[in-house]
Ligand binder design. Structure first.
Ligand code: S3P
Length: 214
């Protein structure tokens, strides 16, 4: 290898090292900024965060991951209703009917909104009960999780534990619920799409939206 080629190789290695070091420094800065935003949100947050949206959009997964990210406790109203009733939701609907379920749902959500800041994922119909909506609007940071009809159909088809979807064609029922409920969901403080990218990216976007809101 002559001196000119050796010099060229040396310069190339230097370039790669400088490029790599810059990328690492940039990533570190971004990570620090993101962590600062998270700390600033938890310092400013003075209300619970409530996740709403139709069945199958991924409220529980998103809510739990958000809670982990913000180091907050996570609750799920459907789980709490089942625990309080000692019954599965389809059995509550079958034995006592939907109005009885909505009453219990209201009481459970009221209880779960008390105490330290937290993230609460609610069942899709909770916000449609006016007394439950009164607990949420204005008193919480409400996040509407939205997904395409296709996503909701595919996610809800994995099990049969949603009594409203067992009453006919799930696709038709979901379409009707979109019509009936979107005007209410739209009142949420923040909207996020749950089928646009990885959970990490969605949570990051959500963190920025919460930061801008609180
Ligand atoms: C319901 C949604 C369900 C559950 C119940 C009724 C609804 O929760 O509360 O089956 O009315 O949309 P998920 O939205 O978590 O599936």
């Amino acid at each position: 290898m002559n001196a000119l080629n050796a010099n060229r190789n040396y310069s190339l290695v230097q370039c790669v090292i400088v490029f790599y070091t810059n990328i690492m420094a940039y990533n570190k800065t971004m990570k620090n900024e993101y962590e600062q935003i998270i700390s600033s949100i938890t310092a400013r947050l003075d209300k619970p965060i409530v996740v709403i949206g139709l069945m199958g959009v991924g409220k529980t997964r998103l809510g739990r991951t958000l809670a982990d990210t913000l180091s907050l406790p996570f609750y799920d109203s459907d789980d709490a209703i089942e625990e309080a009733a000692g019954m599965r939701i389809p059995d509550i609907f079958e034995k006592f009917g939907e109005p009885y379920f909505r009453d219990g749902e209201h009481r459970v959500i009221k209880r779960l909104l008390e105490g330290e800041n937290r993230v609460l994922a609610t069942g899709g119909g909770a916000i449609m009960t006016p007394e439950t909506a009164d607990l949420i609007w204005g008193n919480t940071v409400s996040i509407w999780v939205q997904a395409s009809l296709q996503t909701m159909i595919s996610r809800t088809s994995k099990n049969s534990n949603r009594p409203l979807l067992n009453q006919g064609n799930p696709e038709e029922i979901l379409k009707a619920l979109v019509e009936a409920r979107y005007p209410t969901y739209e009142k949420a403080d923040i909207m996020i799409e749950s089928d646009a990218g990885s959970i990490e990216t969605i949570i990051e976007n959500l963190v920025y939206k919460i930061d801008a809101f609180v």
